[in-house]
Design a protein around this ligand. Structure first.
Ligand SMILES: Cc1cc2nc3c(=O)[nH]c(=O)nc-3n(C[C@H](O)[C@H](O)[C@H](O)COP(=O)(O)OP(=O)(O)OC[C@H]3O[C@@H](n4cnc5c(N)ncnc54)[C@H](O)[C@@H]3O)c2cc1C
Length: 452
């Protein structure tokens, strides 16, 4: 029986551990926290996962919370316009239907539950914060060492890949609050949807339904441009103050979201999180002082900003891809060549996530502004953009290059000619077209500077 050591009990480490365990491998999992510590600790993510990633969990039959978690059927985008005496109006507002539903299960619930399942099924769980010297000592005893320690210190074993890491500093300051009591969006009261609210020069507010220990919740998540008017959470340790700041920003920049948040309260004392980190791609292989090799998993080797909500999705895809590579390799040694092939297989999908996320972190070029505006009038465009969250490879076809975007919009307009004609009538009655949105975003940027 092949012996595997996995360091880190997060989305990727646990999914891989449970997957290998089901295939008969002898798995040791090292976690720096017990299941109970995780359960009562601080929230770690907003962890919205889309169809493909959720399917990997279903394939392993570890989708324990699927029945209880809200089924997210749509993904909406709103863009804030220039400031008025009442705050910022909404210039763009649409929701695209997801082909397969998305779900967000509080990682405190999920990781603690998966750790319990791993142990119940006979897995060896060691509670210990692994160090490089631990790994060096243990290398001989295992056929393969996998480091799935997220953004923890062990990441320093893996060299930064400058060619794949355009940023050298954090691009957003993150602030998360889990709440109960959020009212539905008035225009779609029955639709569970992730809402991406883009506020030029300020950042983004994400609002999404989730499942936490106390039941159905919603997450309010500010992604603030560093140094901008929403970058106000650093040093805030009191959860009530964190929530108050979240709501204050919502009231000013996204009043349409604030309107449904006037009665919210935090789910629990650990229901807030703030911080920032630099998106980084690393070399997938770490070299131990004694010459042993370790393979990095998920966030250890590819860390993206959570702006596009892809990290847990990528972690699930990485665990599924590594599991297949390990099983297919049979009894042969897990040497450097195998490690490089294994990472390359994952990178074939991960590179699309990194490219798209890094593009979304930059101010939107004109063709993207047009695309987002057009999605408000062409449901097919809204649908395609929304489903790109499940399969970011599709953005290659219509997102990055102005020519491809223009060709796609032309095609979409032709296909939806009847609807467009109808929408054009609405636009004449005071609606917004894509060109207006472009102008308005420029003006909004100026306004945001004044606010800052
Ligand atoms: C604010 C925020 C919002 C997010 N929102 C989303 C979203 O909506 N959708 C999405 O898909 N992703 C989202 N993400 C990203 C996602 O949470 C991560 O990318 C994902 O959890 C990474 O999984 P992982 O297995 O690589 O690492 P993690 O889930 O971070 O797990 C790593 C584990 O290793 C443990 N560990 C660390 N060091 C050691 C050590 N030395 N020894 C033992 N154990 C160790 C850690 O305690 C942790 O339990 C978000 C992230 C943040 C910060």
């Amino acid at each position: 029986m092949r012996r595997m050591l996995i360091v880190g009990a997060g989305q990727s480490g646990l999914q891989l551990a449970l997957g290998l365990q089901a295939q008969g491998y002898e798995v040791t999992l090292m976690s720096n926290r017990t299941a109970d510590e995780i359960r009562v600790g601080r929230v770690m993510s907003t962890q919205c996962m889309f169809h493909t990633a959720l399917q990997h969990e279903r394939d392993l039959e570890i989708n324990f919370w699927e029945e209880q978690a809200p089924r997210i059927q749509g993904l909406g985008v709103s863009v804030a316009g220039p400031v008025t005496p009442l705050g910022h109006p909404r210039l763009v507002d649409w929701v695209g239907e997801l082909d397969g539903c998305a779900q967000s299960v509080d990682q405190r619930l999920k990781m603690a539950g998966w750790m319990d399942a791993f142990e119940r099924r006979g897995g060896r769980l060691v509670i210990h914060g692994a160090t490089v010297s631990d790994l060096n000592f243990l290398a001989e005893r295992y056929d393969l060492l996998l480091v799935a320690a997220g953004k923890g210190e062990l990441g320093s074993l893996f060299g930064r890949d400058a060619t794949r890491s355009p940023y050298t500093s954090p691009q957003r300051a993150l602030a998360v609050a889990y709440v109960h009591g959020l009212a539905p969006r008035l225009e779609h009261p029955d639709l569970e949807a992730v809402r991406c609210n883009l506020v030029p020069d300020v950042g983004e507010l994400y609002v999404m339904p989730a499942l936490t220990a106390s039941g159905r919740a919603d997450i309010l998540f500010w992604e603030a441009i560093p140094g901008g008017p929403a970058d106000v959470f650093e040093g805030v340790t009191d959860p009530s103050e964190h929530l108050a700041l979240t709501l204050e920003l919502m009231e000013w920049f996204t009043p349409w979201e604030y309107g449904r948040a006037t009665r919210v309260e935090l789910t629990d004392a650990g229901g807030t999180l703030s911080g920032r980190y630099t998106p980084t791609v690393r070399d997938p292989i770490g070299r131990l002082p004694g010459g042993g090799l370790v393979l990095g998993v998920a966030d250890v080797v590819v860390t993206n900003d959570p702006l596009t909500g892809q990290g847990s999705n990528s972690a699930a895809k990485c665990a599924a891809s590594y599991l297949a590579s390990i099983v297919e390799h049979g009894d042969r040694p897990f040497d450097e060549a195998w490690m490089r092939r294994t990472f390359a297989r994952f990178w074939a999908t991960a590179r699309h996530v990194t490219k798209w996320t890094n593009a979304m972190l930059a101010p939107p070029p004109d063709h993207i502004v047009r695309l987002l505006g057009a999605a408000g009038q062409l449901p097919a465009v809204a649908h395609r953009f929304a489903n790109g969250f499940d399969d970011p490879a599709d953005f290659e076809n219509f997102f990055y290059e102005p020519d491809k975007t223009a060709a796609y919009l032309e095609e979409a307009e032709a296909a939806g000619a009847a609807e467009v004609a109808e929408d054009a009538e609405d636009a004449e009655d005071g609606g917004t077209d894509a060109a207006d949105v472009g102008d308005a975003i420029d003006t909004a940027s100026e306004a945001a500077e004044q606010v800052g």
